[in-house]
Each structure stands twice: as structure tokens, then as C-alpha cells.
Design a protein around this ligand. Structure first.
Ligand code: BG6
Length: 494
């Protein structure tokens, strides 16, 4: 694909994401020869840095920068980085910013192509695009202009619709790149190949053969230094509305007609539209919220969520979320989906588990009186990326007894395969004008449409329980009840 000369402007340049993910992603692309001859990065925020001081911070002193290829020359890379201090919420500062950008583009011979990356608090998602447009930086006559918007995209359905409308006043949909970094993960994209690049899975990928599907995104970390943000957000807004629902979309959507941006995004959108809305009773019975409490992990005392910096002492924000729901379409009618995510769980793992139905007639036992088990397909998103298929095999020797064995593929077995970071892949896609792995405006709204009523039920019913769970455990025990009625259990990966 074509990779044009360009400038990447990062608003929120002194923030954590820029240092931890964005600059390292650009550096990796540079090292691996994916960037054009002429490119520049311009960091923008309020803090006062000179170009040199900023280069020192994000390049030379940045512990997240690692050379991944032949061209790990930091000094050469640093020369492409610039810094501009301004009040991003003050439209009056933008004419000077536009002039500085022009000057950098002449100096670096980048032309007028520009990506504006909004890695700022959401409160600036309106004023920055508007102010850019006021000084003409949305116009594409001399070069393309693209806007990347970090999550959270909206706080609820209403604010998401409102944000879409405001952005569309200045930019067209084709200029908007709503980022969800889960879509940039290699293993998440591989879902498309597993499902639609093989002939053996798709014929059985439906209600006739699949009993239920589990999606887990477990983290060991707590809220770290983000208590202030997280307390106003919670697991539902932070992980479910975006990352988990995107995983559900890829695992459950219909085959796209073509492997193109429009086809793939259309199918994800249709899937969101098929999610069955939860009633108030469903929210009470099929959704579990939890909050981690003080505990000891490996002998070390870990604070409870309410003791974390920036978190209200009486907070009712969930750090754990589990839900059972259905998809109303031909393929999935009657198949339960169970999703869960949480902070301070025992292990860091994200995986999707497809549980196939047992054989219609049980001929063999496992030796313990139980019928031979179901087949399961585990799609491991991270860490230990790979795919595992469990199937029954005869125990060698007398009789006909079955046992489970694994067919196991690990990405780490691909010796020279480099697995790019999600942000690396997504930034390159944006530079190349490919929005397949970004969320389209209507799909973001459709995902909110599913989530919003649940948030509303919680808001209007303070009696709905939020359960405590000791940090370092698998969340509230009540989450097991969601599955117990169906005679199944969660998978507890290690
Ligand atoms: C972010 C959330 O979007 O995703 C964080 O805001 C979460 O709370 C993170 O920790 C998880 O991402 P990953 O790539 O580590 O699974």
C-alpha cells in the first residue's frame, strides 16, 4: 500500500499513552522501514518543552523504546520529532500552530498530509477538531487530513451521537479514525483468517454445533495511576463497550463479501445491531458487577479499589464485569455468550473460547463416569498468543475410554515472525488510509445502544448489588451463578 509523506501531530504529547505506546509505535515503524522518506512527528500539549527537551523525554530517556529492526538510530529518529506548546482548548492559539506546522512541513519536505491524533481527555474532543477546522487544517485540497480519536468515544449513547455529529460538522466520515487498540492486535485480526480462511470451521460455526461462547479479558493490574479517570468510567465503559464488543463482533459476524474496509465494517455493524437488548430483569439476573477489595497477593498487601488514589471512598464503580447475553439472528439464535473482564484478577489473559456441543449420543466414558468432553477451541489473544483445539482421544490399551488432548499452535513457534504492537499496525493503517480496523461512527453508536440501557438500570437502581472480591481472585463468586444454571463453568486459564 502507498505510504505518503506526512506529519503526525499528537495532541496530549506529554501524556502517558504518547510515551508508552505512540512514540514507540512510530519508532518501530521507522526501524522496520515502513515510514516514508519524509515524515515528522509534532507533539502538542500545554507543558513547556523545547524540541530538544521533548526529544530527550520521548526518545532518549524513553524506556519503552526498543530497537526492533535494522535502523535503531535514535539520534536520526529524534530529528524528526518536534514539539509545540499551546493551550489546545483556546482557538486563538491555532493560527500560530498552523504556521508552525507549515514551517515544519517545509523543513522536512513532508507536504500537506497530516494526521491529528487526539490523545487528550475527551473534554477536548470537540474543541480541537473545531479549532483545526477554523484555521483550515481540515481541508484536503493540498494533502489529506485524518483525525484519530482515542477512546472513550462518548460517555453514553447520547454523548457518542453528539460527538459524532460535532466531528462531522468539520471532518467527513472518511477522515475519522476512531481507535480501538484491540482491533490492532495480531491475534484479533487472525480471527478473520481462522474463520474465513479455513474451510473446516465456518460450516460448524453456528447454533447447530456451538453450545456457548466465552470471552475473557483479565488483568492483574489495578487502576494504577488512573483512579481519577477510571472511577468515572468503570469496566463497562473502559473495556466492554469497546474492546470486548469488538471481539464479539469478530467472532460472531457473518462472512464479509470481500476483505475490504466497507464489507468488514458492515458485518461488524450488523452484528452490533443483532445484540439482544437486556431488560431490567436481565440486568439484575445476567449481569454481575464487582469491585476489588484489599488483599494479599504473593505475601504483599494490595489496596482495595476504594483505597486507590483518585477513587471516591464510597465508589460504586465496577472493576469487574460479567454478563450473559444473546445474539438475535439465524446463526446464533439460542446460543448464550458469556463475557467477563476485570482488574486485579489472578492472571493476565485475554481469550475467546468456543464450546462445541457434545456428541449427540455418548458412546464412550472418560473413565470417571462422565461422557467424553465437548470439543473446545481456545483463541488466545494475549499473552502466549495462539490457538488450541481440545478433542477426545482413546486412552491407549484395553477398553474404549476417551481422554482430552490438545492440538496447539503458538505464535512463538513462528521463528522469524515479528508481531507488531497494536498501535504500530493501526498507525500504519491510518497513514495508508485504511480504516478497516477502526470503528465506524454508526457502529460505535450501535455498541452504545446495547450498553446504554444497562448503565441506565444501574443508575436508577442503587439496590442492584456490586460485589466485593479480594484482589488477586477471579472476581465475585456470583459470576459463577451466571453459568451454573446452564450446567457449565468458566474456563480458568493460567
Ligand atoms: C485500555 C483500558 O483501553 O485497555 C485499560 O483503558 C486496560 O484500563 C487496557 O488496562 C488493556 O489493554 P491491553 O492491550 O493491555 O489488553
Amino acid at each position: 500500500k502507498k505510504t505518503d509523506n506526512h506529519i503526525l501531530v499528537i495532541f496530549g504529547a506529554s501524556g502517558d499513552l504518547t510515551e508508552r505506546k505512540l512514540i514507540p509505535a512510530v519508532f518501530n515503524l521507522h526501524c522496520r522501514g515502513f515510514l516514508p522518506d519524509n515524515f515528522a512527528v509534532v507533539g502538542v500539549s500545554r507543558s513547556a518543552f523545547t524540541d530538544e527537551a521533548y526529544r530527550e523525554k520521548v526518545v532518549f530517556e524513553n524506556e519503552h523504546l526498543k530497537d526492533v529492526g535494522g535502523n535503531g538510530d535514535r539520534a536520526k529518529f529524534a530529528k524528526r520529532i518536534y514539539y509545540h506548546a499551546m493551550q489546545t482548548n483556546n482557538p486563538a492559539d491555532y493560527p500560530i500552530f498552523r504556521d508552525r506546522l507549515k514551517q515544519i512541513s517545509l523543513e522536512c519536505e513532508t507536504g500537506d498530509n497530516c494526521i491529528f491524533y487526539l490523545s487528550t481527555p475527551p473534554s477536548l474532543y470537540e474543541v480541537i477538531p473545531r479549532s483545526l477546522a477554523e484555521v483550515g487544517l481540515h481541508r484536503e485540497q493540498d494533502g489529506w487530513k485524518r483525525l484519530i480519536i482515542e477512546k472513550p468515544f462518548g460517555y453514553n449513547l447520547e454523548t457518542a451521537i453528539d460527538l459524532n455529529q460535532k466531528l462531522l460538522q468539520y471532518f467527513s466520515e472518511s477522515q475519522l479514525y476512531r481507535i480501538d487498540h484491540y482491533l490492532g492486535k495480531e491475534t484479533v485480526q487472525n480471527l478473520l483468517i481462522t474463520r474465513f480462511g479455513n474451510s473446516i470451521f465456518e460450516p460448524i460455526w453456528n447454533r447447530n454445533y456451538i453450545h456457548h461462547i466465552e470471552v475473557t479479558a483479565a488483568e492483574t493490574v489495578g487502576v494504577e495511576k488512573r483512579g481519577g479517570y477510571y472511577d468515572g468510567s468503570g469496566a463497562m465503559r473502559d473495556m466492554v463497550q469497546n474492546h470486548l464488543l469488538q471481539l464479539v463482533a469478530l467472532v460472531a459476524m457473518e462472512p464479509p463479501v470481500q476483505a475490504t474496509e466497507t464489507s468488514i465494517r458492515n458485518e461488524r455493524m450488523k452484528l452490533f445491531q443483532s445484540l439482544r437488548a437486556l431488560s431490567e430483569d436481565d440486568v439484575v439476573n445476567n449481569v454481575i458487577r464487582g469491585q476489588y477489595t484489599q488483599s494479599k497477593i504473593k505475601g504483599e498487601s494490595v489496596p482495595g479499589y476504594r483505597e486507590e488514589e483518585g477513587v471516591a471512598t464510597e465508589s460504586r464503580t465496577e472493576t469487574y464485569f460479567a454478563m450473559k447475553f444473546f445474539i438475535d439472528n439465524w446463526r446464533w439464535s439460542g446460543v448464550p455468550f458469556y463475557i467477563r473482564t476485570g482488574k486485579r484478577l489472578p492472571t493476565r489473559v485475554s481469550e475467546i473460547v468456543i464450546h462445541f456441543k457434545p456428541t449427540p449420543h455418548h458412546l464412550f466414558s472418560k473413565g470417571n463416569g462422565l461422557p467424553n468432553t465437548e470439543n473446545i477451541l481456545v483463541i488466545r489473544i494475549q499473552p502466549n498468543e495462539g490457538i488450541l483445539l481440545k478433542f477426545a482421544m482413546k486412552i491407549p490399551g484395553a477398553g474404549l475410554q476417551a481422554t482430552d488432548v490438545n492440538m496447539d499452535f503458538h505464535y512463538s513457534d513462528l521463528n522469524d515472525a515479528y508481531i507488531p504492537e497494536a498501535y504500530e499496525r493501526l498507525l500504519l493503517d491510518c497513514i495508508q488510509g485504511d480504516a478497516t480496523l477502526y470503528a465506524r461512527g454508526d457502529a460505535v453508536e450501535a455498541a452504545w445502544e446495547f450498553v446504554d440501557p444497562i448503565l441506565k438500570v444501574w443508575e436508577s437502581n442503587p439496590d442492584i448489588k456490586i460485589y466485593g472480591y479480594p484482589a488477586g481472585t477471579w472476581g465475585p463468586e456470583h459470576a459463577d451463578d451466571l453459568l451454573e444454571g446452564d450446567n457449565i463453568t468458566w474456563r480458568y486459564p493460567c
